[in-house]
Write a protein that binds this ligand. Structure first.
Ligand SMILES: [Zn+2]
Length: 210
């Protein structure tokens, strides 16, 4: 089975789906598409150097998690319009045709970051015979949503997820988020299903993007 993850920035795939990837990657083929190089943050450094750094970090993290390959799109500008970019949609649609994924993971529409919501709108445009699940990076709304959810027990691989996150050293300004928020959310999700750590996804059954 092939699983495809769509992420706005390098590290979103690890924060959102890292535990599930680590758990499933021994048996399943997992690919990630990252839309930007994440090079607008931090602002003080040279953009291209940051992009280079973050690409490197993503591949290190991918190795630990067992991701088969990452596709970088380089869509750093006008993220809020990417769902109208027919060329980009066709390009990704071709990747989907080649990989033939059974499951697609992408950002939730309730996420706090506009780039994340842009990827959600983009994903809604993609056609294919796959199940769709959304993940949240900056907000915990998925935990309280009444929509159908998928919980994945990541207790045995949680340390791998955290190790992969450690690779994103260029993001050290927001270390508190990595160190505290991620374990905290995983503990709450775990409590709901009676395990130590879990990741939660919302099944995306709505037909229309908004
Ligand atoms: Zn992001």
């Amino acid at each position: 089975m092939t699983i495809l993850v769509l992420a706005a920035h390098p590290d979103d795939e690890v924060i959102g789906v890292g535990g599930t990837i680590a758990k499933l990657s021994k048996k399943e083929d997992i690919y990630v598409i990252i839309f930007t190089f994440g090079s607008t943050f931090p602002y003080s450094e040279d953009k291209y150097r940051i992009a280079e750094k973050r690409i490197k970090e993503s591949f290190y993290a991918a190795k630990i998690l067992g991701i088969k390959d990452i596709y970088f799109i380089g869509a750093d500008f006008k993220m809020n319009r990417i769902h109208k970019d027919k060329f980009l949609i066709n390009r990704i649609q071709k990747v989907i045709k080649d990989l033939n994924p059974r499951v697609l993971f992408y950002h939730s529409l309730t996420d706090g970051h506009p780039d994340h919501r842009a990827v959600h709108r983009f994903a809604k445009r993609l056609k294919g015979d796959f199940e769709r699940y959304t993940f949240e990076v900056t907000s915990p709304f998925d935990l309280i949503s009444s929509r159908p959810k998928l919980y994945v027990d990541i207790t045995n691989v949680f340390h791998i997820k955290m190790k992969a996150i450690e690779y994103f050293i260029s993001q050290k300004q927001i270390t508190w988020f990595f160190r505290y928020y991620i374990p905290f959310k995983a503990r709450i999700a775990g409590k709901i299903i009676g395990t130590k750590y879990a990741e939660v996804f919302i099944k995306d059954e709505s037909r229309f993007w908004s």
